[in-house]
Design a protein around this ligand. Structure first.
Ligand code: TRP
Length: 444
């Protein structure tokens, strides 16, 4: 079978960076860093990404490229039927993640309009908080935006790899970095911005606890799109001529850069106006509009900020849908367009209870969690760590030589790095991932 390939190395790197850079970088990273001690968190995060994230990302890409398959097909080709559930876990996780991801992405889309039309012109976080709450509690409007967002994803992914996903990322990713840079310049030139930069960059080790490492680990693999076969599937379209280590290093570097730049936007802005950087998920939708409203040209910068968030979410959402699409197309011979439409419909149906759980259905709780939180928790804390754990065990212990060939052959990488990679896959990643999985499932 002749599989479609990415048109160029640049195209693949933009697509992989597009997958990695998402709500996780712009919405989640600044507040997680804020809650976990700023610079000290950044330092730990850097080491975890460089050692653990980088090794696992190369491994997923190698699994896809060697087999030219979707997650289920890849595990079956190399490990036999016994390993197929590891692939199915990834395909299923895609539906769960996308179902709540499009809800938040829909909010960002709505906020582009709200900011640009000056509808959030208050500087009082209490007023903005109430407005945000009433917006997300509405039964229809957020779903309308989630639907629009899903339609955009369908439009791109139906186009296939080269003419759909690659083409979109080649335009959207440079635009995203352009917006990031403009906003960084605006943020660091605000009076009092230095305080925020110091908070982001100066390590304060007195605030580091065991939980800091757990938070950094979880942030790293969510941000790098690991654990559900996204990179595996994108890797299956990568030409054999491309060296895996350097291409992976480039997109991992871009993902880090995007997180640091997002931190350099959000934290100076927050400090400059005297807000609390540890104020959690509301930071983006409540605190930032308050700040933009009190800034000259705030409607423009605020509109740009939410546009940035929507673009970042769009390129990530494509990659969350693709493994499931590749599975149905490869294994069941379905047409791409039909599959994309079907999968999107399922995700949207699952998004309905998630969105309603902020309003009408807030009483519907499972184990003390709303439907939205349940989806988020199941995917992020259970399915992804388990998926990444199975991947590292499978490659570390069963397909190690094959993966080593696929990744390092003809690259002239020093043996010490190959040894480190093997050590990470066999011992370090399984230990860290089991720890996250057991701790979040309440087993330890
Ligand atoms: N990495 C993306 C972000 O930072 C989200 C994402 C895309 C993702 N694909 C994924 C997360 C796969 C986990 C697994 O927002």
């Amino acid at each position: 079978m002749n599989r479609e390939n990415w048109g160029s190395r640049f195209g693949f790197i933009m697509a992989a960076a597009g997958s990695a850079i998402g709500l996780g970088n712009v919405w989640r990273f600044p507040y997680v860093a804020g809650e976990n001690g700023g610079g000290a968190f950044l330092l730990i995060y850097l080491v975890i990404v460089a050692v653990f994230g980088f090794s696992l990302a190369m491994t997923e890409i190698a699994l896809g490229r060697a087999t030219q398959r979707n997650p289920v097909g890849a595990f079956r080709a190399l490990g036999g039927r016994r390993w197929m559930p590891a692939g199915f876990l990834g395909v299923a996780a895609g539906f769960v993640i996308l179902s709540f991801y499009i809800v938040v992405a829909g909010w960002t889309l709505a906020y582009v309009g709200f900011m640009a039309r000056g509808m959030l012109g208050s500087t009082d976080p209490a007023v903005l908080g109430a407005r945000f709450e009433s917006f997300i509690a509405d039964p229809l409007v957020p779903l309308y935006y989630a639907g629009c967002f899903m339609a955009l994803v369908v439009l791109v992914v139906s186009g296939g790899i080269g003419r759909g996903i690659e083409r979109a990322n080649r335009w959207l990713m440079p635009a995203l970095f352009g917006l990031l840079l403009v906003l960084v310049v605006r943020a660091v030139t605000l009076p009092g911005a230095a305080e925020g930069l110091r908070f982001l960059l100066m390590p304060d080790f007195s605030r580091v606890t065991g939980a800091t490492f757990g938070a950094a680990l979880a942030q790293a693999f969510f941000s790098l799109s690991l654990g559900m076969g996204c990179l595996l599937t994108y890797g299956s379209y990568l030409s054999r001529r491309e060296p895996i280590p350097s291409t992976t290093a480039t997109f991992v570097g871009l993902d880090l850069l995007a997180s640091v730049l997002a931190g350099m936007i959000v934290l100076p802005v927050v400090f400059s106006f005297g807000f609390d950087p540890g104020s959690g998920p509301g930071l983006t939708f409540v605190t930032l509009p308050a700040i933009f409203a009190s800034m000259p040209g705030g409607a423009v910068f605020g509109g740009m900020f939410f546009l940035l968030l929507a673009i970042a979410a769009l390129t990530s959402a494509m990659s969350i849908l693709e493994p499931a699409v590749a599975y149905f197309v490869d294994e069941h011979g379905l047409s791409r367009r039909l599959t994309v439409a079907g999968c999107a419909l399922v995700c949207f149906m699952l998004a309905i209870p998630s969105s309603l759980s902020f309003g009408l259905a807030c009483g519907l709780q499972v184990g003390g969690r709303s439907f939205f939180d349940l989806m988020d928790f199941t995917a992020t804390n259970l399915m992804l760590p388990l998926g990444a754990l199975l991947t590292s065990l499978f490659v570390g212990w069963r397909w190690c030589d094959g993966a080593r060939q696929e990744i390092f052959a003809a690259t002239g990488v020093a043996p010490i790095w190959i040894g480190t990679w093997k050590l990470v896959l066999r011992f370090i990643a399984p230990a860290g991932l089991s720890w996250i999985f057991l701790a979040s499932s309440g087993l330890i």
